[in-house]
Write a protein that binds this ligand. Structure first.
Ligand code: BEZ
Ligand code: FE
Length: 256
């Protein structure tokens, strides 16, 4: 392990040193960068910064050769132990929750197409104004967070509202760095899921709403074409989204 740490730390520092030389970085710029690093820590934004600007490469690298459905980043807004929902499988929401209603449904199978019975889907999302419960003012704790299980045919379904796009916080050091670089701070509208079944690799993923802005300019670089879904009008003013998940076998078989 010290060898691995030595290699990683040496390599990362070497690349920082090269950037300083190649860009002829001044003492003023160094002091600005140092203060910014301090500010990120004081604002508690290291998890946000990592998930916006670094996690997507780790995810792509870690799962490049995994079979089954595409995953993408976890992000900083997952809360464990959301309630397990019963019929009619509706994500908890406020009485007058804004946004277009949608049913999301599909199947969870293994890589041979066999249904995975009792697979768990842990779901969380922003509301129509792009706000996550527990992290942003507005929605009450637990809003638009829940878990559902697949039935005997591997089918799942839940009802929710179509989320809105949102910006990362603009007034903190991560947002200020994004503005300083002239980049868009927006994430396109998406629904997060962790799909998990015994004996299979958990799939951390997001479904991106095809009609959302910012699909081509996600600040977190997490959009993949396979993860874009097209809500279909259901005829009663609501929508239907259909998506099937395929889980890869667990890398390390469970010990009996
Ligand atoms: C998100 O998916 O919610 C997210 C991901 C990375 C950074 C910020 C938010
Ligand atoms: Fe998100």
């Amino acid at each position: 392990m010290p060898d691995r740490a030595n290699q990683l730390i040496t390599d990362i520092l070497r690349r920082i040193h090269e950037a300083i030389v190649e860009n002829d970085i001044t003492y003023d710029e160094y002091q600005t960068a140092k203060q910014w690093l301090i500010d990120v820590g004081e604002a508690g934004e290291w998890p946000l910064f990592g998930d916006v600007y670094i996690e997507h490469v780790v995810e792509e690298q870690a799962f490049a050769s995994r079979a089954g459905s595409q995953g993408t980043i976890l992000g900083p807004f997952h809360v464990p132990n959301a309630p397990l929902l019963d019929t009619p499988y509706e994500l908890p929401h406020r009485p007058h929750e804004q946004g277009d209603r949608t049913r999301v449904s599909g199947r969870v199978t293994d890589t041979d197409g066999a249904p995975l019975v009792g697979a768990n889907l842990d779901i969380w999302q922003a509301d129509a104004d792009g706000r996550y419960s527990s992290f942003m003012p507005g929605p009450p704790e637990g809003n638009l967070r829940g878990q559902v299980r697949t039935d005997a045919e591997g089918r799942y379904e839940f009802t929710t509202v179509i989320p809105g796009p949102y910006t990362i916080p603009l007034d903190g050091p991560t947002g200020k760095m994004t503005a300083a670089a002239g980049w868009s701070p927006w994430r396109p509208a998406h629904i997060h899921l962790i799909v998990d079944a015994q004996g299979h690799e958990p799939l951390v993923t997001q479904l991106f709403i095809a009609t959302s802005d910012y699909l081509d300019s996600d600040v977190a670089s997490a959009v993949k074409p396979d993860l874009i879904v097209h809500p279909q009008p259901a005829g009663d003013g609501s929508y239907a989204i259909s998506y099937d998940f395929t889980l890869a076998p667990a890398r390390t078989p469970a010990v009996a």
